[in-house]
Design a protein around this ligand. Structure first.
Ligand code: HEM
Length: 141
């Protein structure tokens, strides 16, 4: 993995204390720029907001545990097939995620941090998408 993991961890730590404000901003950003994905989500997504953020926290906490990380991403990717999360939606979610992190990190955000997040999101999304593509062969996993 080429992403600078210390930058991922430190920038996430700056944003994390903002709590549910962060996920509210993320979904507002995502739906404003990609209204087509809104129907995939339940009308009331408060609970979902917390789950996505908890999952990101768990991923960041396991950046150095490649086996755990990949296992988590594969399971997440397989479940996302059922949510209608098509591969072409992943870049939109990545853009909104990075815009959100940049917004809450404020002055602490740098081009190096952005590069690290673009790289890590590339790994996250390609692992999820690949697992989703084989989901039919591993049904129930
Ligand atoms: C960093 C990448 C992502 C992470 C960490 C993530 C995380 C999560 C988590 C934790 C859940 C809760 C259910 C579960 O654990 O299976 C969830 C649900 C969901 N995710 Fe994601 N997700 C990601 C990317 C995406 C993408 C690219 C889409 C495409 C639009 C998407 C659409 C959804 C939908 C539609 C649900 C169900 C929501 C509902 O029931 O209202 N996610 N996601």
């Amino acid at each position: 993995m080429t992403a600078d993991l210390s930058l991922i961890r430190s920038s996430f730590a700056v944003v994390q204390p903002h709590g549910t404000e962060v996920t509210a901003y993320f979904y507002d950003h995502l739906f404003a720029h990609n209204p087509g994905v809104r129907p995939l989500f339940a009308p009331h997504i408060d609970e979902q907001r917390d789950r996505l953020w908890a999952a990101l926290g768990a991923l960041v906490a396991n950046l150095e545990n490649a086996d755990t990380l990949i296992g988590m991403l594969q399971n997440l990717g397989r479940r996302h097939v059922g949510y209608g999360a098509l591969p072409e939606y992943y870049p939109a979610v990545g853009s909104s995620l990075i815009a959100t992190l940049a917004h809450f990190a404020g002055d602490a955000w740098t081009p190096e941090i952005e590069k690290a997040w673009v790289e890590i999101y590339g790994v996250i999304s390609s692992t999820m998408i690949a697992a989703g593509e084989t989901a039919g062969e591993t049904a129930g996993a």
